[in-house]
Design a protein around this ligand. Structure first.
Ligand code: BGC
Length: 465
């Protein structure tokens, strides 16, 4: 195990399609239409049919946003490099898009900011969706072409790479639950998509490793610790299924080269046949420098034999929630969900090569009628304080957690929620007409925290003690 850094590094994250303003990249650099844009416009399943076209116009305001990061004393930043931008439909590098990323990343680095780039944060081009999206194995090759273009044209300005963001969402939310693009509702399709995402991830990790010496390489999954609603044997079984479905389906193949056994049995003939050699290619956990966990909430579950996955998430009356209705603490009155899941993942996979963990996303949506003064986001400060504390506790208890990224810098396009006020995760507000940025109270709180921690880090450890 690498010895974890003396301090938890704290940064912030966002993703290209949520901020860029797709209308600008399409017009200015002839980028490809994304599957998400098409879905938002036509499915009827997104809030007010709102698309990522406007975003927050990062395309033109990149300099201002880099300066905001610097002003807030942030030195660690995660964003994504969009496949729909850097790759043309005929597989060539899109030089205009590459030029844009080069100037943005150079600006960030001139402020001493470490640039972490996710290679896929749901920016599938529409033409790839028409080929069947992640259900088509050929999309794996398209993704690898994108990775190769990034290695050749942008890697010198990136410090750390994450291959995928939340493959669970790209597979299950997108092809099983039908709440993300392309909005399908078929378990088998989701399992096929999941397999192709894992294969793309495995091959990309090998390609990055082979081509780059200096970079740290990781990938990102979303995790939700599952708690049984009661002590009954059935609810305990439901919690195990929920854990396998939400967490292990992507981690077990990555670290151990197999899918969770019980859940495979439950899926029965919905489980697609896979080539055994794929699993060897997928198993690259031991080659990662770090694994990123996105953590927002946990689940309380009850057994439900009528569900595909044998569990139902239950909600308790009066529980504390975000403006999107997501429970803040699961089960209620029990804050350490993050601490639990960090231990669970590390304990399970440390013997299969897991060396280091990051929390790559954590944050809370606050907005709408309950927040008439959007700049006063005190509950966000409380939420982040509690979660950073849990992260620090997990470190003290031996989990090699070295990075923590707040989600997100600036209010932006929140996928199926569009620009709905209730879905604002940012520490900086945006006027939706002028797109003017205004830091909220939490941004100043984080700035102060980072500056305090930096001063502390300058004191030699023996004096600090
Ligand atoms: C995604 C982000 C999203 C956030 C809040 C994560 O699932 O990676 O893109 O904005 O959750 O919903």
């Amino acid at each position: 195990m690498n010895s974890p850094a003396a301090f938890l590094r704290i940064g912030v994250g966002d993703s290209d399609l949520q901020v860029i303003g797709e209308e600008h990249t399409r017009a200015g650099e002839n980028s490809c239409l994304t599957m998400w844009n098409h879905y938002a416009r036509h499915s009827g399943l997104c809030f007010n049919d709102e698309t990522p076209d406007r975003g927050i116009d990062r395309y033109n305001r990149w300099k201002e946003d880099a300066e905001l990061l610097a002003f807030l004393s942030l030195r660690l930043y995660r964003t994504s490099i969009s496949m729909a931008r850097v790759l043309t439909e005929d597989g060539k590098p899109n030089l205009s898009a590459i030029k844009w990323y080069r100037k943005y990343f150079s600006q960030l680095r001139s402020h001493g900011i470490t640039v972490c780039a996710t290679l896929y944060h749901w920016e599938l081009p529409y033409y790839a969706f028409k080929m069947g999206g992640w259900k088509n194995r050929a999309v794996v090759d398209l993704f690898l072409r994108h990775v190769a273009v990034v290695i050749e044209h942008l890697a010198d300005l990136v410090d750390e790479f994450f291959v995928l963001n939340e493959p669970w969402c790209s597979a299950h939310n997108s092809y099983h639950a039908g709440v993300h693009a392309p909005g399908e509702r078929d378990l088998r399709s989701a399992l096929v998509a999941a397999h192709h995402l894992l294969l793309a991830q495995g091959r990309a990790v090998r390609l990055l490793r082979k081509s780059l010496r200096e970079h740290r390489i990781g990938t990102v999954v979303n995790v939700e610790p599952a708690y049984a609603a009661s002590n009954s044997r059935q609810d305990q079984v439901a919690a195990r299924f929920a854990d396998e479905y939400m967490n292990q389906w992507f981690l077990e193949p990555l670290f151990e080269g197999r899918y969770p056994e019980r859940l495979q049995r439950l899926f029965g003939d919905k489980m697609p046949p896979f080539y055994a050699e794929d699993l060897e290619e997928i198993r690259v956990g031991g080659e990662l420098d770090m694994l990123g966990l996105n953590y927002y909430l946990g689940k309380t579950v009850r057994f439900n034999e009528y569900s595909d996955v044998n569990f139902t998430t239950i909600r308790k009356l009066g529980e504390q929630t975000s403006s999107l209705g997501w429970p803040i603490y699961t089960p209620p009155i029990y804050p350490p969900g993050l601490q639990d899941v960090l231990h669970q993942v590390y304990t399970r996979y440390s013997s299969s090569g897991l060396r280091e963990l990051y929390v790559t996303e954590n944050g809370i949506a606050l907005g709408g009628p309950d927040f008439p003064d959007e700049l006063d986001d005190q509950p966000r400060i409380e939420f982040l304080r509690q979660h950073i504390r849990q992260a620090e506790r997990a470190r003290q208890e031996g989990v090699p957690l070295t990075g923590f990224f707040v989600w997100t810098l600036i209010d932006n396009y929140e996928w199926a929620e569009g620009y709905r006020p209730q879905s604002r995760f940012g520490m900086i507000a945006v006027d939706r007409v002028s797109l003017e940025r205004r830091p909220k109270k939490s941004a100043f709180w984080l700035k102060e925290l980072l500056e305090k921690r930096r001063r502390l880090q300058q004191i030699p450890a023996d004096i600090r003690l």
